[in-house]
Design a protein around this ligand. Structure first.
Ligand SMILES: Nc1ncnc2c1ncn2[C@@H]1O[C@H](COP(=O)(O)OP(=O)(O)OP(=O)(O)O)[C@@H](O)[C@H]1O
Length: 300
């Protein structure tokens, strides 16, 4: 299957002058349409930097990033803005409270992508964000229909459309963030720790929502997490990033049941659902930690 996201030999360096450091050392990664790929790695391993490179927010020093067959790594200026405005790649943050505008209603948040992109509407009496939308060719009725459609898609009660983010629960806010992202009909969704701030049952419903969206919309999803356990039953494949390098990749089953790299093996010993009733063997964990510690950071 043709990759929707194709990252090949990606090198990214950040910082200025002598403090400039290479963060990603030749990363390869693909996501196919309708596929959920888990990207796992410890803090500082470069997961967010990779996501930012896909969005064109940081420049690559080498390698390529293409979305839907189009090279985006080299886009600049107007071409980059047009790519961002197209909404082909959407980003869902860990903390929806920080990514949602506290002064905007859920309704205005859900239609903001349509407002930015404009449309073929017929004009009509509108207010708030939708006034801008009318100027860009959407009627209020069109926006209301769009907001209702996308709210239904993420099982968000319609009564919540008039509320502000501060009046919602964490799970409801994350649904709003996902709904806002899918409202512009993206091809690829990058979710950066989307459930780490949520309780266990809300986590499951948000992860089920992602699974449903990829099935109904053929959406590709890159799911960034520290928590290997949350990928079981959700991700088709897992890519393990360690010190800016992909050290292991495989189906989720392969990674959970037969991890090869010491860092992946250490992660697997921390997943409660796949170990038996016994607590993890402390000797095994200590040995794996030593092995991981002994791995020098990759040479630059
Ligand atoms: N603007 C920047 N300038 C210099 N170094 C940076 C910059 N942004 C990030 N880094 C460094 O790049 C490395 C990777 O950061 P990144 O945020 O990609 O990691 P991460 O895997 O997403 O971590 P976490 O799981 O904690 O979010 C870190 O060592 C970080 O300090």
């Amino acid at each position: 299957m043709t990759a929707l996201l194709d990252v090949s030999g990606l090198h990214v360096a950040l910082g200025r002058g002598r403090a400039r450091t290479e963060i990603l050392h030749g990363v390869d990664l693909t996501v196919a349409p309708g596929e959920i790929v888990g990207l796992i790695g410890e803090t500082g391993s470069g997961k967010t930097t990779l996501a930012r490179a896909v969005l064109g927010l940081v420049q690559a020093r080498g390698g390529t990033v293409s979305v839907d067959g189009r090279e985006v790594g080299g886009l600049r200026g107007r071409a980059l803005r047009a790519f961002r405005r197209s909404g082909a790649v959407q980003y869902v943050f860990q903390d929806p409270l920080r990514s949602l505008d506290p002064d905007r209603t859920v309704f205005d948040t859900l239609v903001e992508g349509l407002v930015v992109r404009g449309g073929p509407g017929r004009g009509g009496p509108v207010r708030g964000a939708s006034e801008n939308a009318a100027r860009r060719g959407h009627t209020r009725a069109e926006l209301r229909d769009a907001a209702h459609r996308v709210a239904r898609l993420v099982s968000l009660p319609i009564e919540l459309l008039d509320k502000h983010p501060g009046e919602l629960s964490g799970g409801q806010r994350q649904r709003v963030a996902i709904a806002r992202a899918v409202a512009v009909d993206p091809r690829l969704l990058i979710c950066d720790e989307p459930v780490s701030a949520l309780d266990a049952s809300t986590r499951i419903t948000v992860l089920e929502l992602l699974t449903r969206l990829r099935e109904t919309r053929d959406l590709g999803v890159l799911l960034i997490t520290h928590d290997l356990g949350s990928l079981g039953g959700v991700a088709d494949r897992v890519v393990v990033l360690y010190h800016g390098q992909v050290v292991e990749t495989g189906t989720t089953e392969e990674i959970l049941l037969a991890p090869r790299h010491p860092y992946t093996r250490l992660l697997v010993t921390s997943v409660p659902s796949i170990r038996d009733e016994q607590p993890p063997d402390p000797e095994l964990r200590r040995a794996l930690r030593e092995e991981v510690r002994a791995l020098a950071a990759p040479s630059l």
